[in-house]
Design a protein around this ligand. Structure first.
Ligand code: MTE
Ligand code: CO
Length: 418
């Protein structure tokens, strides 16, 4: 143990190769390693030219880094969900091709030339915008997470799914380029009686959700780009609504119409679907803001420790629908001792944050947890605290602390401790 610690010092001061080698006891083997001594196949021929890959894809060696679904969760793939492979990612941005998908009626393939957005209802003048009309309003760029209210929903009654991709992967974090919804609404002229908007999708489900006018005017975007390029069809091409910090269900994709009304449309069929049922049979309504939450992505069940004891990097993500994440705590022993993790990367409002804990693993079993603090002072609760407050009938808004049990071989498992 003390030996490992002193070696780590060398590791951190720059002797990465030597210290890492000494620590792993692999330095001698590496000295004669054919992988560094011999000319590899890829150095023996000329590679493909610049005309071979007009739109680039990841290396074939990364073919396992994909969205995955859980076939038994839903009856068919058209009204279903898949999950972001959080354990394969780093930093804070989710690559476009890996953003989880949640559709109620499959992916709509919208022709941008035929795309229209209508604003009607309690407005001075109904308006219909083409895509190029939208692009003539002043543009803004914002990085925000989108989390489905059902993320971690399968975990309410106990540890279920073995991997952070499945327990926490109904989230993505993307830079959007778009125009302010308030600019469009002001162009139409909202009447003083207009208190709610009802955005509607162009897909076969014609998804609709009510959003209070205050939020619509505050920071909602009508977005046409994600991470610099056009939205992907899966994410609502050509235009989706961005509702920063609020549950994913409101972020209507393939946005075709926004009706302005004087009351919410929630009393329609949506009421039953997107509320949190409490133990007393009553429901929590209007729980739109996503509470602060975090998860350790590495190590985790799909990403075991494969290098053995010694220096290692624990990492994860944290986010809050109410602001930023100034601090994340990490425990290696199921909550007996907590240490403050190292935050790294941009800290943006209602965006994912990245944390690290660099430590020396002595090879003993670990009980890993992370606990997010957001900029309002709110602290992520334990699952038991959540259940006490909300009961076990809930499906939505599970932001409880996740536990991974790591054994001596470095394998990790989804567990619950109390
Ligand atoms: N918008 C439309 N038009 N149709 C849908 O099925 N699903 C909603 C929301 N917007 C949906 C939609 C739900 S429940 C979520 S969680 C998010 O889109 C998912 O966005 P994503 O597919 O980009 O992950
Ligand atoms: Co959802």
């Amino acid at each position: 143990m003390s030996e490992a610690k002193s070696t780590r010092r060398g590791f951190l001061t720059g002797g990465a190769v030597a210290a890492g080698g000494a620590l792993l006891g692999a330095g001698a083997a590496r000295a004669g390693d054919p992988a560094i001594l011999e000319k590899q196949p890829w150095a023996q021929y000329l590679g493909e030219g610049v005309d071979a890959r007009p739109y680039g894809y990841p290396s074939p060696f990364e073919a396992h880094v994909v969205r995955r679904d859980v076939p038994w969760l839903t009856a068919d793939a058209v009204s279903s969900v898949n999950f972001t492979p959080l354990h394969e990612l780093d930093g804070i941005i989710t690559p476009n091709g890996l953003c989880f998908e949640r559709h109620h009626a499959g992916i709509a393939e919208v022709d941008p030339a035929e795309y229209r957005l209508m604003i009607n209802g309690l407005v001075d003048r109904s308006l219909v915008f083409t895509l190029s009309d939208l692009m003539r309003f002043p543009r803004v760029n914002r990085v925000h997470f989108l989390e489905c209210a059902a993320n971690s929903g399968m975990e309410w009654r106990g540890a279920q799914l073995n991997g952070c991709q499945f327990t926490h992967g109904m989230i993505h974090n993307v830079m959007y380029t778009g125009v302010r919804l308030s600019d469009l609404l002001n162009e139409a002229g909202v009447k003083t009686t207009g208190k709610w908007i009802l955005p509607e999708g162009a897909d076969a489900s014609a998804m609709t959700r009510s959003i209070p006018m205050e939020k619509a005017m505050e920071d909602c975007l009508v977005a046409f780009k994600m991470n610099g390029e056009a939205l992907r069809p899966e994410q609502g091409y050509p235009v989706r609504l961005v509702v920063p910090g609020w549950e994913g269900n409101m972020w209507v994709k393939w946005l075709r119409r926004i009706e302005v009304g004087d009351e919410p449309w929630h009393h329609r069929e949506e009421t039953s679907k997107y509320t949190d049922l409490l133990p007393n049979g009553k429901a929590r309504f209007f729980t739109w803001e996503m509470d602060a939450k975090s998860v350790i992505t590495n190590p985790s069940p799909q990403a075991p420790i494969t290098h053995g004891p010694g220096p290692m990097v624990l990492t994860g993500v944290a986010w809050s629908g109410r602001g930023t994440i100034p601090r994340v705590d990490v425990t290696l022993d199921g909550g007996a001792n907590w240490v403050e993790a190292r935050m790294d990367g941009p800290s943006l409002d209602k965006s994912m944050h990245r944390f690290y804990h660099d430590f020396v693993w002595d090879g003993r079993p670990l009980l890993l947890q992370s606990r997010a603090h957001d900029s309002t002072g709110y602290v992520q609760p334990t699952k038991d605290e959540l259940r006490k407050a909300r009961g076990e009938n809930s499906i939505y808004h599970n932001n409880g602390i996740q536990t991974w049990a790591v054994n001596e071989s470095g394998e990790a498992e989804n567990v619950e401790i109390s």
